[in-house]
Design a protein around this ligand. Structure first.
Ligand code: PHE
Length: 326
């Protein structure tokens, strides 16, 4: 019985089978228990001999079973570990992360630069009234300068704003005559242009407006030069050319020098026209200001060497992905 059981225990391969064997040999109805039960029929001389032998066998089998159990458990654990190992050298699953749109990126850069110079970021509506887009900017009905910017009218009173200058007067009204006013305003603008490599019926501008006591043209010059050097690199040359806008006097056009393209216009600017200040509730005898408006696409195209404004709107991933690391 002992060796038969020992062999069986040795050959067992699962914990389940081992448990069955334990019951078979050592259980209440097991074979060894049967031997012990039958002891009553033995002679007094035989009893202690058989009894101690049976106990010995019992202990031996018990040990074998416990040993086997430990071995099987260890093997099971090994197997589980082997199955569940993680190969840390396998390449990970790459998530496809998007990138900021180049226009968004450049707007953030420009905002950072002006916020660093004490400007706040303001906003205004894209559907604008005639008053804020033209009238309050010293362009009454029939003013010829309205033709400088062909507009999308929605009603005779409402149009898609043709420039972010509409936010100038909105901001001044909100400030209710208080100074200093020092804002920039990024946003979309709309003009009835035929789209080509350099024109788009919808594009992006950033407006700047400063109103305070004693604001001068030289401050405008300094702020713009500082901005231009930060965006295009130190030492970038800038020049102001006389120009005309109804809402600034004097007005200038600002060019930067591009090593390959030469002088390139990047924005319009000037001293806020006294009539604009007056209409917005600021006394032009006490306060002065400057304003500027730049085309964001134009600046991004120069900075990143982009040759067609339509790239910004076609959503071609090959184009957009190039700005992941900018
Ligand atoms: N609004 C003008 C344009 O769109 C730019 C400008 C803004 C000029 C502010 C002067 C002052 O062309």
């Amino acid at each position: 019985l002992s060796s038969e059981a020992a062999l069986a225990i040795q050959q067992v391969t699962t914990l389940e089978e081992l448990r069955e064997l334990k019951v078979k040999y050592l259980g209440k109805k097991g074979e060894l228990t049967g031997v012990l039960r039958g002891m009553g029929s033995l002679s007094p001389e035989e009893r202690p001999v058989i009894g101690s032998l049976a106990n010995e066998i019992r202990n031996h089998l018990d040990q074998l079973i416990t040993g086997k159990e430990a071995a099987l458990q260890a093997a099971a654990l090994e197997e589980q570990l082997a199955k569940e190992t993680i190969d840390v050298t396998l390449p990970g699953v790459k998530r496809n992360v998007g990138s900021l749109h180049p226009l968004h990126l450049i707007i953030e850069k420009i905002e950072d630069i002006f916020v660093g110079m004490g400007f706040e970021v303001a906003e205004g509506p894209e559907v604008e009234t005639d008053k804020y887009n033209f009238e309050a900017l010293n362009m009454p009905q029939e003013h010829p300068a309205r033709d400088m910017q062909d507009s999308f009218y929605i009603t005779p009173e409402l149009l898609l704003r043709t420039h972010t200058s509409s936010v100038q007067v909105r901001t001044l009204e909100k400030k209710e005559g208080y100074v200093p006013v020092r804002i920039i305003c990024p946003g979309k603008v709309y003009r009835r242009d035929d789209d080509d490599a350099t024109h788009s019926h919808q594009f992006t501008q950033i407006e700047g407006l400063v109103v305070d006591r004693g604001v001068s043209m030289s401050e405008l010059n300094g702020v713009l030069l500082s901005f231009i050097e930060k965006i295009f690199g130190e030492g970038t040359e800038m020049r102001l050319r006389p120009s005309y806008f109804p809402f600034t006097e004097p007005s200038v056009e600002v060019d930067i020098y591009h090593p390959e393209k030469g002088w390139i216009e990047i924005l319009g600017a000037g001293m806020v026209h006294p009539r604009v200040l007056e209409k917005a509730g600021y006394n032009p005898e006490r306060y002065s200001g400057f304003a500027f408006g730049m085309g964001v696409e134009r600046i991004a195209m120069l900075k990143y060497d982009i040759d067609d404004i339509r790239h910004f709107y076609n959503n071609d991933l090959r184009f957009l992905r190039q700005f992941k690391t900018v």
